[in-house]
Write a protein that binds this ligand. Structure first.
Ligand code: CUA
Length: 309
């Protein structure tokens, strides 16, 4: 009876709104599903992946502190609210009472959160400075990471342990992506891998992050590390120290083009001995000879080789 009183136009409109809302919710769910597919994980799906860095432990302590604090506040406020709703519900014969509030209570419940927030600010700010704005330790393994659509180039220092000089003027999109300056002796033994980031466990690793084209992101959840790579700038403050071996996904976390979904690399954290073996095999093939070989070809096609009177 009540439904028949509603005009047909209102009924059509409410149907439209219902359909619109259903589609919206469906799309939202579909979107969240794609996010969860992006990461290859088989365990601990409903919580953070295990942390495997020294710095990550400190981040997790802060995270859990905030998590349990907010959970406690959430539970406490809802318990009080529900209790008040029942205790002061409308009842026959009970008159509502007007109150101005309580100044002491106001001061207390403003001061406590303010102190907590200031404390959290100091804690997190100090931690951030310590982890992201500190000088990498001397002797850290340096890896020069160059992101591109759609993969990760990784340049390692050869047996000399020093990354050679690069020069943007020497960049060749095919033969010399890094612009390796072969006049620098330290450059001659550097080797390059593709989508293979192998590092020794327990050793500080300093990654130098660059992008060739658009914004990418170096993201390893297990390292508690996320850093955007911006074309034209060299990000040199990211370093970390791993605590255990394992293979983890480096997933690019900025929508960088049609192949973004597949821009992955593995981060292989291996034992010191396994790293030495891997390193010895890779160091046999430095990048320099290939660059030198390609040079006459490159210069023959370059406009600078055209002779002028
Ligand atoms: Cu690179 Cu997404």
């Amino acid at each position: 009876l009540a439904f028949s009183k509603i005009s047909p136009i209102t009924r059509v409109n409410s149907l439209k709104i219902l359909v619109f809302r259903s589609v919206f919710v469906f799309l939202l769910l579909a979107l969240s599903a794609t996010v969860s597919f992006a990461e290859i994980r088989t365990e601990n799906l409903w919580w953070l992946p295990d942390n495997v860095t020294v710095g990550g432990k400190k981040i997790d302590v802060l995270f859990y502190f905030i998590f349990f604090l907010t959970t406690a506040v959430f539970v406490a406020t809802f318990v009080v609210q529900i209790w008040f709703m029942i205790k002061y519900r409308a009842r026959r014969g009970v008159k509502a009472r007007y109150t101005h509030g309580n100044n002491t209570l106001e001061v207390v419940w403003t001061t406590i959160p303010a102190v907590i927030f200031i404390g959290l600010f100091i804690w997190s700010n100090r931690l951030w400075n310590q982890l992201r704005h500190s000088t990498p330790p001397v002797g850290a393994l340096q890896v020069d990471i160059l992101a591109e659509q759609y993969g990760w180039n990784l340049r390692y220092p050869g047996p000399d342990g020093v990354l050679g000089k690069t020069d943007s003027k020497k960049v060749d999109p095919i033969h010399n992506k890094y612009g390796l300056d072969l006049a620098d002796p330290a450059s001659r033994d550097d080797f390059i891998t593709y989508n293979d980031f192998t590092i020794p466990v327990g050793k500080p690793v300093h990654v130098i992050l660059k992008s060739r084209d658009v914004i990418h992101a170096f993201y390893v959840p297990e390292f508690r590390l996320y850093q955007d790579l911006v074309p034209g700038s060299t990000i040199s403050w990211v370093w970390f120290e791993t605590t255990r071996t394992g293979t983890f996904a480096i997933a690019c976390n900025q929508l960088c083009g049609s192949g973004h979904y597949n821009m992955q690399s593995k981060a292989d954290v291996v034992t010191e001995e396994a790293y030495a073996t891997w390193f010895a095999a890779k160091a046999k093939n430095p990048a320099a000879p290939a660059i030198e070989q390609a040079q006459p070809l490159a210069s023959a096609t370059a406009p600078s080789s055209i002779s002028t009177p």
